[in-house]
Design a protein around this ligand. Structure first.
Ligand code: CUA
Length: 179
């Protein structure tokens, strides 16, 4: 067979659509439109949205605010690194992320509302609260503020869920909720 042969009687891009093909194209189109409108719909009506705000900050300013809280409200220290356990009054509480820790350990009261401020001092980290499954991006230069009202007492773990280097898997923090 040679390329010098005349073209076949039909040209491929001019062939009529098969019925089945047309049905699938229609299904894909309708579904993509449904998915598109689900995005704004869930943004407004979805119960999974975390009520958060974001502000600009600097690592220095955020560190200073966190340290001020730690200095004033530390009740004890814990684990090998002498991590302070802080029991702040209801209101603004601070948690910083850095290579590779969540600092400090917070102790909150059940059924009280706190404004939890979170920022990174270095790279991007991911705040993942377990087992509540609340997830937030934590970035340097930005302060995320989440209004939290813990409704169950116990010990919660914070796992870093953005890869941040060699110590990423060890970047685990804690929040206590007491009665
Ligand atoms: Cu911090 Cu991964």
């Amino acid at each position: 067979m040679s390329s010098l042969l005349p073209p076949p009687d039909r040209i491929w891009w001019k062939e009529p659509l098969e019925r089945v093909e047309l049905i699938w194209v229609a299904i894909a189109l309708v579904w993509s439109i449904v998915m598109f409108f689900m995005m704004p719909y869930w943004h407004v009506y979805g119960k999974q949205n975390v009520s958060n705000e974001a502000y600009k900050t600097t690592p220095e300013a955020f560190k200073a605010k966190t340290e001020a809280m730690v200095e004033q409200y530390t009740v004890r220290t814990e684990t090998a690194g002498n991590i302070p356990v802080v029991r702040p009054p209801v209101g603004d509480v601070y948690l910083l992320a850095r290579l590779w820790e969540w600092w400090p350990i917070l102790e909150l009261e059940k059924d009280q509302s706190y404004r939890l401020h979170i920022a990174s001092l270095d790279w991007q980290h991911g705040f993942s609260l377990q087992p509540a499954n609340i997830n937030l991006q934590v970035l340097p230069g930005y302060e995320m503020v989440v209004t939290v009202t813990p409704n169950k007492s116990g010990e919660y773990s914070i796992v870093c869920n953005e890869y941040c280097g060699i110590g990423h898997h060890r970047m685990i923090g804690k929040i206590y909720v007491t009665e």
